[in-house]
Every structure is written in C-alpha cells, then in structure tokens.
Design a protein. Structure first.
Length: 371
C-alpha cells in the first residue's frame, strides 16, 4: 500500500513524502499500484504506544479475561494506539497470575492493537502512597513472585513498579534490572534513596508528579534524581485533570522530548458513559473526564492516549512533534521495541492520519491494513 499527499513525521518534524508498506511493514518503495490511502490535509504519525493504562471499553487488564483484552485491543486501535502495554493493579498473586496467562494467550485480530508487554504497577508500592490501589494487597518487593508471574506471562512483563524505600527494594533492583525495566512508583522516597535506586539499575518513573513527594528546595525528592540521569524515562498523564499545564511544560523542559513519555492511565470506563466502575476491587465514579474513588482521590483517567496527545498540544502548548515522540517513539524505546514507534523501513506499518486543523483521527493503519 501507499500513503500519499500527507505530512509525515520523520522523528524530528514533518516532511512531504509518500509512505510505502508491504507485508505489514514499512518499506522504501513498492512495485505496482497496490492500495492507495490519500492523506491530504493530514499529518501521518507512527501508531501510538501506551505503556501504562489499565483498561478501556469495559475491560481491565487485571480481569484476566481474554475476551476483555480483545475489546481493549479493538478500542485502542480505533483511537490510534496500535501497541499496548496494559498495567495490572495491587492484587493477590493468583489474580495477577490469571492476568499474566490471559495476556500470554492474546493474539490480535486485524483490527486490534498488538499487546507488546505488561506493566506491573502493583503490588510492590508504599502503603502510604497507594492512591487508587487497594492497600489490603500491598506487599514488599519479591523477586521470586515476580519471576513466577513472568514465567506465566511468557516474558511479557516489561515494566515493574516498586517503592525503593521499602524492605527488599535494593535486592529486587539488583536481581531484576537486567531482566525488566524497573520504575519508581507510589513512593515516599527521598532524593538520596531514589538516586541510589537509579544507580542500582532502576530506569523509569511512573506517572510523574502523581503518588510521589513534590519537589522542594531542601527536600528535592525523586523527580530531580531522575532528571539528573539521561537513562531514566519519566511518564506523565497529560489529560488536563492530573497535571496542571505549566507542570507538563516544566517536565518537557526539564527532561527533554527525547525522554518524556505520555501515558493515558485509563480505566475500563474509557470509551464508555459516565457511571460507577470497578478498579482493582474499588468503586470508581466517572463524570466527564474525571474519575475518583470514594475518598475523592483521582483514580486513573478516562482519556485515551490520543486524547492526551491532543490535550498536550492544544491546551498545554507542547509542540506536536514533541507530543508525537512522547506517545510513540519514546515508549517504544523504553519497552525495548526495536521495530515500532517510527515510520521507517523495516518497522511495523502502524500509522495514524490526523486532521491538520483539529488533530482528530481520520484513519488508522494497523500492521499495513487500513481500519
């Protein structure tokens, strides 16, 4: 197939050129006519990669339900998210085991996003920073538990979250940093403890500013510890609810657009009406784009990753080029996906056509096929 007449993202900016795909991958050129997709009036960007969301379309990763994963995959693809790394919650090991097994069994249909990993957000977090996680199941980092789950998932766990101040965290990082990307999350850590965790091998920071101590001029906390290292990637929820636009701009200025990662952190309610939904055994009330648990705390998002890109650009003054990097190229790199996140020869042929005026999704290409 050919995508013609569009402004194509080349990794840094937009260029006017045609895009070619064959057998599910981008190629330099194709012989013959083939299918032609007219991208006039559109930006052509790589398919988005969401490395932190819990669910959508009524389904949740932690349900351990294969049919639910397919509903999620279809919804995400329809919104331009062509590769997904859904996140589990703070739950008992047997529940996480079922989720791991379901993910291992997932094979995407033609209209569904690929499942490229699992993000293990709980249970190795601080009991003082649970947020919307269930405090009943919080426990200290456990190497053997993680390895049992990783075996059940067939190696799909790509990110695992820990609070580095909790007992067992140092051993966990030393043992596993060569096998999985370790992220600091739901943590009360100070600067020194966070810096030590990064020295040991942690390389990620979960939903920047949320569920962690804020920056203070005498108590800097984990954010400056991450910013000082070029090999640590921070993720942020740019839904217009979780983070003030000024703080999103600050994060991009502090870390640079080659490291920032946009995430959605969506719940099963994404794509559905307002109402009450389950999240890890707790009720979540959704009104508009705001989701809260009973005590009023924010409980994830209902803005899918494409909407986060749009909000970041329209409402937060993040350049489109930076937002696209943060939602495609950077998360793909953080997950170790060598063939996603770019419109370049040899990469999986995932692309999204965005209306230049509205940034709304016009068409989605998944593995070389137009939805």
């Amino acid at each position: 197939m050919r995508i013609v007449n569009g402004s194509v993202f080349d990794g840094d900016g937009f260029v006017e050129r045609d895009v070619f795909a064959a057998e599910g991958r981008f190629v330099e050129e194709v012989e013959g006519e083939g299918d032609v997709l007219d991208a006039s009036g559109c930006y052509v960007i790589p398919g988005l990669v969401d490395l932190h969301f819990h669910g959508s379309a009524g389904a949740d990763m932690s349900d351990g339900d294969l049919e639910g994963l397919h509903r999620m995959g279809a919804y995400e693809a329809s919104r331009g998210v062509t590769a997904m790394c859904p996140a589990t919650m703070t739950l008992p090991e047997d529940v996480l085991m079922r989720a791991a097994q379901a993910a291992a069994a997932y094979e995407p249909a033609a209209n569904e996003a690929a499942l490229v990993g699992i993000n293990m957000e709980g249970p190795f977090i601080s009991p003082s920073k649970v947020g919307a996680q269930n405090p009943e199941y919080v426990r200290n980092p456990g190497v053997e538990e993680f390895r049992r789950l990783q075996e059940a998932a067939g190696g799909l766990f790509k990110i695992v979250d820990i609070a580095p101040e909790e007992p067992g965290a140092d051993e966990f990082i030393r043992e596993l940093s060569g096998e999985v990307r370790i992220s600091l999350a739901h943590t009360c850590t100070d600067y020194d403890t966070a810096a030590h965790a990064f020295e040991l091998g942690a390389r990620h920071l979960t939903h920047l500013f949320n569920a962690m101590d804020p920056m203070h001029h005498r108590k800097p906390g984990p954010i400056p510890a991450a910013a000082e290292r070029d090999d640590v990637t921070p993720e942020i929820i740019a839904d217009g609810i979780h983070i003030h636009p000024a703080m999103v701009r600050l994060a991009f200025n502090m870390f640079g657009d080659d490291r920032m990662i946009l995430i959605s952190d969506t719940l099963r309610a994404a794509g559905l009406e307002d109402g009450t939904y389950d999240l890890g055994g707790q009720d979540v009330t959704v009104r508009g784009y705001v989701a809260t648990i009973e005590n009023g705390a924010l409980a994830g998002s209902v803005s899918d990753l494409m909407r986060c890109v749009q909000v970041a650009v329209r409402d937060m003054d993040i350049p489109l080029e930076s937002a696209v990097k943060a939602a495609s190229t950077n998360p793909a790199r953080a997950l170790g996906l060598a063939d996603r996140g770019s419109i370049a020869s040899g990469y999986v042929a995932d692309a999204v056509l965005l209306n230049k005026e509205t940034l709304e999704v016009e068409r989605v290409v998944v593995r070389g096929r137009v939805l």
